[in-house]
Design a protein around this ligand. Sequence first.
Ligand SMILES: NC(=O)C1=CN([C@@H]2O[C@H](COP(=O)(O)OP(=O)(O)OC[C@H]3O[C@@H](n4cnc5c(N)ncnc54)[C@H](OP(=O)(O)O)[C@@H]3O)[C@@H](O)[C@H]2O)C=CC1
Ligand SMILES: O=C(O)CCC(=O)C(=O)O
Length: 497
Amino acid sequence: MSTPPVYQNLIGGKFVDSASGRTFENRNPADTREIIGIFQDSDERDVQAAVEAAKRAYRYWRLVPAPKRGEILFKAAQLLVERKEQYARDMTREMGKVLKETRGDVQEAIDMCFFMAGEGRRLYGQTTPSEMPNKFQMSVRQPVGVCGLITPWNFPMAIPSWKILPALIVGNTVVIKPASDTPLSVYNLVQCLLDAGIPDGVINIVTGSGSRVGEPLIRHPDVQVISFTGSTEIGSKVARVGAEGMKHVSLEMGGKNPMIVMDDANLDLVVDGAIWGAFGTTGQRCTATSRLIAHRAIVGELTERLADRAERLKIGNGLDETVEMGPSINQSQLETVQRYVEIGASEGARLVVGGRTLRDGDYAYGFFHQPTIFADVQRHMRIAQEEIFGPVLSIITVDSLEEAIDVANDVPYGLSSAIYTRDVNAAFRAMRDLYTGIVYVNAPTIGAEIHLPFGGTKGTGNGHREGGIQVLDVFSEWKSIYVDFSGTLQRAQIDNY
Ligand SMILES: NC(=O)C1=CN([C@@H]2O[C@H](COP(=O)(O)OP(=O)(O)OC[C@H]3O[C@@H](n4cnc5c(N)ncnc54)[C@H](OP(=O)(O)O)[C@@H]3O)[C@@H](O)[C@H]2O)C=CC1
Ligand SMILES: O=C(O)CCC(=O)C(=O)O
């Protein structure tokens, strides 16, 4: 076997070893015998050096005209296009999802890069008329400073791009801590930005554990913005620390996404949508369809058809183009799936298909689990309330649209939802009443596009959005500017206040 490549931290434009000299391995979740790379096991000292570098670079980068920053991003997007296939293959090896999906992940980074490049020529502010004669006023966005970005493993390039690119276009500098399961995709993205001409210190990468790298990063007094995607447990910690330091904090923490299927729905569409919504990316999307809320009139036929399709899904190494579902990301995630399967059975849900870990033959060295469907699930069971982040779909039966919407909203999360119906009135009522950040009509809960806001209500986040121009609010401050060109002290101004 060839020696795995070694990746160093990127600090101030230089690739350097961690202060401790320690490293860790990144292995392929479909075949853990394969080491993807050796990465730096960093600590607080490396975070300190990276934040200092980002702080120095900020003095220069914030003054680079935004259209120039946009040109660099545009060039990076072109490089990503050229390297897309290689990066998708790297991502499948480090994360496990199938090639079609990793190509989509890189494509999202490309889209975000072009989108934010264009923002370099907009970054629109406002002008308003003044209450005074001879006075002009406007509001402009200004950068905030050093941004600390903490990213998950399920969208190893897309999610980092949703954070890095808006931060940079506004004029901030960044320190990113990638998920330890998928750091390579962040290196690939950043390499394109470096090759496109991003100056030293504007982007810094520090790899290592959440506790030794993530924590010091969020606590660092010179980090003004924290953008985090991951678990609710860590997200709430980030929020608490951020509040103490009066930082901008943006959190995206998952979902328990419902797909409502009414009795008039096109079941061919539903079966396709539910299979990819639930089992695409092995269920490891925060937008994954994890609850199917089906009308009693069609639930029997739908359950049978879904079970048949799920049973025939080809599971394996995502580099094989015929494979449809890859492994879970790691042993702990696989154990979570197993635990929830046991919980579902013990709660009295009916296991329709799947439910087992795959260990034989080609599966022996990976974290594979069968696509699993439970029927007769009651709305308050744990498998209907808690995010599993694995290939498990719960089917809940309802008798009306009102009940379906009530069940759909009755969870602690509010990221994405879907309704399948041919009744335009039902569709509009669902669009109005589903309390989620994203609603799909006759499409599954996955597949967001980057130029609309992405994020959710309730426990999904803290009110911010990634994607769309709304993401710029996380990475900027508004400054209102008043220019008085009368040459005198205007009386009305004094009298008014
Ligand atoms: N909303 C989403 O898209 C995602 C949701 N999840 C949810 O989270 C669950 C667990 O996944 P997991 O990867 O463990 O999620 P985590 O929240 O632990 O990890 C997300 C990121 O936070 C980092 N991190 C971990 N601990 C800390 C800390 N104390 N301070 C700062 N940063 C930290 C991680 O680093 P490191 O990788 O080094 O641990 C990683 O980069 C999943 O089952 C799923 O429910 C997970 C991923 C994405
Ligand atoms: O499929 C989507 O809508 C995007 C999903 C996503 O970004 C996520 O699961 O974190």
